[in-house]
Design a protein around this ligand. Sequence first.
Ligand code: PSU
Ligand code: MN
Length: 299
Amino acid sequence: MLIPVLSSEVADALGASGPVVALESTIFSHLGLPSPHNRDALERCCRAVRDAGAVPAVTAVIDGVARVGIEPDEHDLICGPARKMAERDLGVAIAQRWPIGATTVSAAVALAAAAGVGVFATGGIGGVHRGAEITGDISADLDALANHPVITVCAGAKAFLDLGRTLEYLETAGVAVLGWRHDDFPAFYTRSSGHAVPHRVESASEVAAIHLARGRDRVGVLVAVPIPEADELDAAYLDAVLDASLADAERSGIVGAQVTPFILSRIAEATSGASIPANLALAEHNAAVAAAIAVALAN
Ligand code: PSU
Ligand code: MN
């Protein structure tokens, strides 16, 4: 049984049925963003959650202990070297006493659910990879969204994935996908992927009501929030970068859990940093939207 240790602030908030927003830690580690931008992202996301009236709960394994909510003096640890940890790796990380296990979306929603946290914010989710019909590469994030009663707030997923098949998979798995004031599934750096979302929502209270009224109580809801217009990148330029990054991954024979970090680092290199302000802006915006939803859920 997975019983995470809560920070005192998170424990107090949950005890009072107050608003809490879980955060993943891969994005804040060197696997998600280069230093010092990862640290900046962590501080900005926590600040955005607090400014909207909720308590941030960073999820991670630290010295073999599953944690929901970390102390300020532990932020440096999260931003240092870490091992990527999906939901299936949680038991391994705990039993083998990993110094730092950075949560992906799947591990973060599992920890949030175990702690009783109902809302989780991330940058982009993993999904069905292009060519998955050959490689079988489908992120464990998708099944985790279907298996835990948590609202996940994301900016869609990066276009190096097959976003059409990702939406098909979420439909099969029974995850409601809600477009935040938007009709299209966002593609992380860009507001639209060309794939419509099944439902559009306008407010945090609407998301909270959908979560409370959903059929199965052990299924999540995915809220897809487009990157703010001012921060959007050029789609044609990105397509070229993504194609080159994917070809590079294939040439290098990268498989399994290494695929996503490899492509992310190639994109960062190829855009020579232009993607970083966009990444920070969308993560911060998602954290604020998630906090508004957590506040609505608590009321
Ligand atoms: N996509 C991004 N940035 C990220 C990730 C995905 O644009 O940092 C991370 C997230 O932690 C996500 C994980 O949960 O990668 C998915 O990995 P995989 O594709 O191996 O399931
Ligand atoms: Mn994979």
